[in-house]
Design a protein. Structure first.
Length: 169
């Protein structure tokens, strides 16, 4: 079935944003997914999820075990668990594993580009993680709708980061 094979192809999204904010401020916003609903309109809900089998919760463990349940709205709504893999704010690198409706990773690199400005580079590589998402992708126009939904969500995040004052809810 041609639609089925196409539906199973992974999605790779790349974005580069020039943001008129200091890199440290942008890293703080992007490094805390539980606060995304405060400023990112496409993400109305984010909740902390304790990790199964977590140990004593020491500082090093907390940084690597942090998980958040995220709900994205759009043409194709998405539910994800984001699990922090790398949080290296000094180097400007964030990496999270994604599970749920999508399976894969997202990496965000933030570099200062001028005083008070930075360049944000996103790389997201995901496969469809649930049967219903694969069914949507197999429908005529389904992959296009998924790509458009992603683009709209990312555009909303970029606009919020570029706003002179971050929106609040």
């Amino acid at each position: 079935m041609p639609h089925s094979r196409r539906a199973d192809r992974p999605f790779v999204f790349r974005h580069r944003w020039a943001v008129p904010r200091p890199a440290e401020e942008v890293m703080e916003l992007l490094g805390n997914p539980l606060r995304y609903p405060e400023w990112w309109p496409a993400i109305p809900r984010a909740v902390h999820l304790p990790r199964e089998g977590a140990g004593d919760g020491g500082a090093d463990e907390a940084a690597s075990d942090e998980q958040a349940g995220i709900r994205l709205v759009g043409l194709v709504p998405v539910r994800l668990v984001m699990e922090r893999v790398i949080d290296d704010r000094e180097r400007g690198v964030l990496v999270a594993a994604l599970h749920g409706d999508l399976e894969g990773t997202v990496q965000v690199d933030v570099r200062g580009s001028a005083p008070g400005h930075c360049l944000v580079t996103w790389t997201q590589e995901v496969a469809l993680g649930t049967r219903w998402m694969r069914a949507v992708a197999a429908a005529p126009g389904g992959r296009a709708a998924m790509g458009l939904s992603h683009a709209v969500a990312m555009r909303a995040g970029r606009r919020a980061l570029r706003a002179s004052a971050l929106p609040s809810r």
